[in-house]
Design a protein around this ligand. Structure first.
Ligand code: PHE
Length: 343
């Protein structure tokens, strides 16, 4: 038994000494110290020897085990050093090699346009407020004076999620939320997605609007015009003009559709202009003075002279005008050849 131990031990030390890499060293370790390794095999014979000899054999076995482990460890360190040195030799990094082209993403055109519009209006005191896209029938319709029989509620336009719950059809749904949440003065912008059951080259079931709402004592229609003129000049160029065409939205009175003069044929209207189709004007938003009924519903007292104006602008429409995008659907197809033009 003693002889066997010695043989196994000495052979092991030899094997360790001559192993050439970490992998073969590990194999050697398993073949000696592993469960079925040579040392364990020898020790299986311990049962067959007289009990009085066992402590001596056990001591020897431990001694050998320790020596083998130490030798394994020091060989391992040596081999690691060698491995590292080889790696340093062979894996040189050529820091002068040209780099691969990195593709950087950019903000989507709709996001860029939203930010631009907000940035312009924030300079005259508008703050951004957000509202939910899943909205109650109440805030989307009733609270903005759209009665139950109004055609906008028609199943064909509105996505109903469950009775009384819709995907908001416009950002005007934040008007009442804002007026309930705070008293005048209010000067907010609400950007976000809106949903309508519509789909063609200029309509998509989901698009983006930015609602503007300014409520304060003595706010007048001229404030609305001044605000929108400033905004239009900043966005489309300093020579831009605006015009109001009377229109109807249940939540404003009076209401208007607002056009800006065509920024493409700015000097002389061209009948061939691709942007305005020769009309000289571009319709860009809906606006008006907040309907007195809304103040009533929001619980404002009638004698504190609070007035307000609101406007709603379609972001995709503005982006398409500014960049002459021919089809709205291009904005949502995720085609990098299209999107990367707007970095
Ligand atoms: N909510 C209207 C729409 O979606 C736009 C609008 C907003 C009109 C505010 C007037 C005032 O068409």
């Amino acid at each position: 038994m003693i002889q066997k131990l010695q043989d196994v031990g000495e052979l092991a030390l030899q094997q360790i000494k001559f192993s050439q890499d970490l992998e073969s060293l590990e194999k050697v370790r398993i073949s000696i110290l592993g469960k079925k390794g040579a040392l364990s095999e020898v020790l299986k014979g311990v049962g067959a020897i007289p009990a009085s000899d066992r402590p001596q054999i056990g001591g020897m076995a431990n001694e050998w085990k320790k020596r083998i482990e130490e030798s394994l460890e020091s060989r391992k360190q040596q081999l690691e050093q060698i491995w590292l040195a080889q790696k340093v030799q062979t894996e040189r990094i050529d820091i002068t090699a040209p780099s691969r082209c990195l593709h950087r993403g950019s903000l989507h055109l709709v996001t860029q346009t939203t930010q631009r519009i907000i940035q312009i209006l924030s300079r005259i005191g508008f703050d951004v407020t957000l509202g939910p896209e899943v909205e109650t029938d109440y805030f989307n319709f009733e609270a903005v004076n759209i009665q139950a029989d109004h055609p906008a509620r028609d199943m064909q336009d509105t996505f109903f999620l469950s009775p009384g719950i819709v995907l908001r059809t416009h950002t005007s749904s934040v008007q009442m939320r804002a007026m309930r949440a705070q008293k005048a003065p209010i000067r907010i912008l609400c950007p976000g997605a809106v949903y309508r059951c519509d789909n063609d080259a200029t309509h998509s079931p989901m698009f983006h609007q930015i609602e503007g709402l300014w409520v304060d004592r003595g706010v007048r229609m001229s404030d609305l015009k001044g605000t929108l003129l400033y905004w239009a000049k900043e966005l489309f160029g300093s020579s831009t003009q605006i015009r109001f065409r009377p229109s109807y939205f249940p939540f404003v009175e009076p209401g208007a559709e607002v056009d800006v003069s065509c920024f493409q044929c700015r000097v002389k209207v061209s009948p061939l202009c691709r942007v305005c189709k020769g009309s000289g004007w571009l319709e860009v938003l809906g606006a008006g003075m907040v309907h007195p009924r809304l103040f009533e519903m929001a619980g404002y007292s009638q004698d504190d002279e609070v007035r307000g104006f609101a406007f709603g602008v379609g972001v995709e429409r503005i982006a398409m005008l500014l960049y002459q995008v021919p089809d709205l659907r291009l904005l949502y197809q995720g085609d990098l050849r299209f999107l990367s033009q707007f970095k």
